[in-house]
Design a protein around this ligand. Structure first.
Ligand code: ADP
Length: 397
């Protein structure tokens, strides 16, 4: 069975084609700058050199046509005919309170995704463009929508409500939704396999640390709390996002600098985080290098990031009433021994210790804790696309 996974953004479209017998991507790629001058496709067949096409790509339908050409190309393709694709799985960012799991795409599902655009104006409309383009180009194909939020639908009301007048929840849906759900779910399932213990028995904290970062407390395989909230801005200090702050700072700054809602949004989402604090970069590789060379603000940004992660680990260990496994995933979690070591330092009260030699691992699955550590510390590369392909296959079967 072959499943095409699509992650459609407003001006980009990422894809992976999976052979589900092997659970392997046989090709992946990206169309960039859709509707913007300079559009291009980069296609990576699993066993051959990348293939690039540069030409005008005005809309998502054209992007998909070019992707299908690449997938079936005589020299660079991996299938003979697009009819070999059995199903399409779409990453959809916001499922609100409507979608508690993956769904087959039909008119009602599309209407739900459209309605939720109010909560994710940058993402859900773009996700719909991808779905509708597939409908046109692959008539009759079974499509599944997999939501970033749905793994978090098990969070109880006392953890998802904000301390605001209740009517804002009722009228505007203001509550914690959480994001990166597909990633947190995937690594929790891998932890079950790596530890050879049933997920139902495990208390897990999973740290998805990339340019966007979130932490989730997982009890018996279910998310019970997560650091991102109503939007992906809450929680950890990220590459460019502020994460948690005193909400009074927002109105204070707006008055002080006469800022519009759009301007304050830009500051919080694009000018904050470790970029804002360091004044240097949102990329931890740059920050680690600069800190090693004595740059004090780069060090401050890293220390602040580590401090926040630790604070959430403490909070979630309390919520879980114990901890069996701490998981590191995503760009930073998978690749930075320094950040992992700093986060895990001083967690003796959890009987959690990292083995420095094992912690040198990058980009592959490993248990990096000492043999005496009561908490297993795991590095698990995330694979959201494989998770989406698996959920798509499960649903249509
Ligand atoms: P995204 O949220 O865009 O998917 P990723 O999960 O790819 O992000 O993470 C990207 C971030 O991971 C980079 O900005 C960088 O901070 C960090 N990162 C990646 N590789 C390394 C590395 N070798 N050392 C330190 N940080 C790294």
């Amino acid at each position: 069975m072959k499943v095409l996974v699509i992650n459609s953004g407003s001006s980009s479209l990422k894809y992976q084609l999976f052979d589900m017998k092997e659970r392997q991507a046989i090709a992946k790629g990206l169309v960039e700058r859709i509707g913007i001058p300079g559009s291009r496709l980069t296609h990576y067949p699993a066993d051959r050199e990348p293939y690039r096409v540069e030409r005008e790509i005005q809309h998502h339908g054209m992007a998909l046509e070019i992707i299908f050409d690449a997938l079936t190309h005589a020299g660079h393709g991996v299938i003979n005919n697009i009819k070999e694709i059995d199903a399409v799985g779409h990453r959809v960012v916001h499922g609100g309170e409507i979608f508690k799991g993956p769904v087959l795409v039909d008119d009602a599902a599309k209407e739900g995704i459209r309605r939720l655009a109010e909560l994710a104006p940058l993402h859900n409309p773009a996700n719909l463009l991808g779905i509708e383009a597939c409908e046109r180009l692959l008539p009759g194909i079974r499509q599944v929508a997999v939501f970033d939020t749905s793994f978090h639908h098990t969070i109880p009301p006392h953890a998802y409500m904000y301390g605001l007048p209740y009517r804002y929840y009722e009228e505007y849906g203001i509550r914690r939704y959480g994001f990166h759900g597909t990633s947190h779910k995937y690594v929790a399932q891998r932890a079950e396999a790596l530890l050879s213990r049933p997920l139902q028995e495990l208390k897990i904290i999973s740290c998805h640390l990339g340019s966007g970062s979130s932490i989730t407390a997982i009890l018996g395989g279910c998310s019970i709390d997560t650091s991102m909230g109503f939007t992906p801005l809450e929680g950890l200090t990220m590459g460019t996002r502020s994460g948690d702050l005193d909400p009074a700072i927002i109105t204070y700054l707006m008055e002080k600098d006469n800022l519009s809602p759009a301007q304050i949004n830009k500051i919080l989402n694009h000018m904050g985080g470790v970029l804002g604090v360091s004044g240097l970069s949102s990329d931890f590789r740059d920050l680690e290098k600069a800190a090693a060379e004595g740059n004090k603000r780069a060090k401050l940004a890293i220390d602040l990031f580590v401090h926040r992660v630790k604070k959430y680990i403490g909070a979630y260990a309390a919520e879980l009433n114990g901890l069996d496994a701490l998981i590191f995933t995503a760009g930073l979690g998978e690749n930075s021994p320094e950040i992992r070591a700093a986060i895990c330092q001083g967690l003796d009260y959890l009987y959690l210790w990292v083995n420095p030699e094992k912690n040198t691992v990058r980009g592959r699955e490993a248990d990096i804790s000492t043999s005496g550590s009561r908490v297993r510390v795991l590095v698990i590369p995330t694979n959201e696309e494989l998770m989406i392909a698996s959920e798509t296959m499960q649903l249509i079967n």
